[in-house]
Design a protein around this ligand. Structure first.
Ligand code: TYD
Length: 136
């Protein structure tokens, strides 16, 4: 079973500033079909309370900080993202929510699938049922 995990990215530290990068099928363990970003999040808001049936993702805090809570239906894990030189890989089939956004935070997200509303599970009870019966 694939597990959520922090993946360190290359860092080139330089007197001119720092540089990091990602490559698909390398640091990001899938082919990237989609990139989107979340920004200007008002204080106290949370985002992304849903699961994906098939979509895998990789999330980087390009600036600021936030927590990604990943839930397999039995256990919740919280990953704090607050540097742009690592990211969180989230496999399919997990409920995940992004909370505690700092001011001016900027979440960059890569997905393995194009946007497909049918791939989303937005109801937590439905997620738990699908998990219970091994459907996701
Ligand atoms: P939504 O899924 O609610 O955001 P979050 O991931 O924070 O839960 O997406 C908000 C709106 O943006 C929704 O109407 C669908 C649309 N959207 C796209 O059209 N394409 C995308 O790749 C994403 C992530 C969202």
């Amino acid at each position: 079973m694939k597990l959520p995990q922090i993946i360190d990215l290359p860092r080139f530290l330089d007197a001119r500033g720092n540089l990091s990068f990602v490559e698909q099928n390398n640091h990001i363990p899938f082919e990237i079909s989609r990139t989107y970003w979340i920004y200007d999040v008002p204080g106290g808001e949370s985002r992304g309370g849903h699961a994906f049936r098939q979509n895998e993702e990789f999330i980087i805090a390009l600036s600021g900080a936030f927590d990604v809570v990943v839930d397999d239906g039995a256990t919740k894990q919280t990953f704090t993202l607050n540097r742009s030189y690592y990211g969180l890989y989230v496999p399919a089939g997990l409920w995940r929510e992004i909370v505690n956004f700092s001011t001016n935070s900027f979440a960059l997200e890569f997905g393995s699938l194009h946007y497909q509303p049918d791939d989303y599970i937005r109801d937590y009870d439905e997620f738990l049922k699908l998990k219970k019966y091994g459907k996701i």
